[in-house]
Write a protein that binds this ligand. Sequence first.
Ligand code: AMP
Length: 327
Amino acid sequence: MIIITNPIKKIYKKIKDYNQIIIARHVGPDPDAIASQIALRDSIRLTFPNKECYAVGSGVSKFKYFGLLDKIENEKYSNALLIVLDVPNLHRVDGIENLKYQEILKIDHHPAEDIKGEVDWTEEKACSTCQLIAELILNSPLKLDKKIASNLYLGIVSDSDRFLLSYTSLKTFQIIEALISKSKIDFPSLYTYLYERSLDEVKFQGYIAENLKVTENGLGYIIIPNEIIKKYNVDLATPSNLINNFNYIKEVIVWTFITEDIKSQSYKVSIRSHGPIINKTASNFHGGGHKYASGARLTSEEEINTFIAALDNDCLEYKRASISNIS
Ligand code: AMP
């Protein structure tokens, strides 16, 4: 039995009330962001064939399996419902420039920030936005088909890191069970879409392992220059895709990849933790995210040093607190 969460009725009513619906998510999308966006769009289209419903933002070619995004002229829409998925801050919403929407409906699993939806379903303890969209569809008249279920399945698997991360819950497995039993998806055949990678990428992971520095306090960090990204024929998103593979290293409690981004003259930062809460430090460095999975942006070598020192201090404080809890 799936427990019905309250905002579902309100969300369904909003969707029913609007004829124009634009669905957006964060810049630099990951599988959870893209899959939740396309699954919700396709479910709304399937349920209400006469509504105009679009999924906007820049496409990512390696995620084209999930489905294509829509190219629309934002200026034309002034009566739309804007549905924002998987992002709490307005400046990180992709593809809504010049869009005059009537209301925002937000569904997200990040800690709340500046976006406040008319209807706002923010559930930090959900392992993924796809879990919330699946819960919405499974508990409302919104329709599900095999493709929608496959997208939601992959988004949940990806954002929970194959059910390893701490926000994986009983509800996650109940939803997975419902998706598989209702739509008969052949789930083992889907993993290639998430996990197939080039030999170059595997070698790049080896480069990171070889060059990761580890401090006494348990911070693992690496600064990846643009030449290395080019040498291994990978891209700026690759370090974030690989960072979860560095979980469960005995000597490391927080780890961060700091990657040079030539285009924006800054450094893209991914951070993970299996102890200290890191999103506070991330937010001090133009970033944010979850308690144990965050991102940031750095603009100078000086800032990189300050950032590394701050994370190292988070590790130190965490270790001290753990010791005093034991004694
Ligand atoms: P990533 O390491 O890119 O997978 O990001 C981890 C988490 O941090 C995701 O939930 C992102 O949405 C969030 N995040 C990444 N970069 C930023 C940023 N610059 N500002 C706020 N949140 C971010």
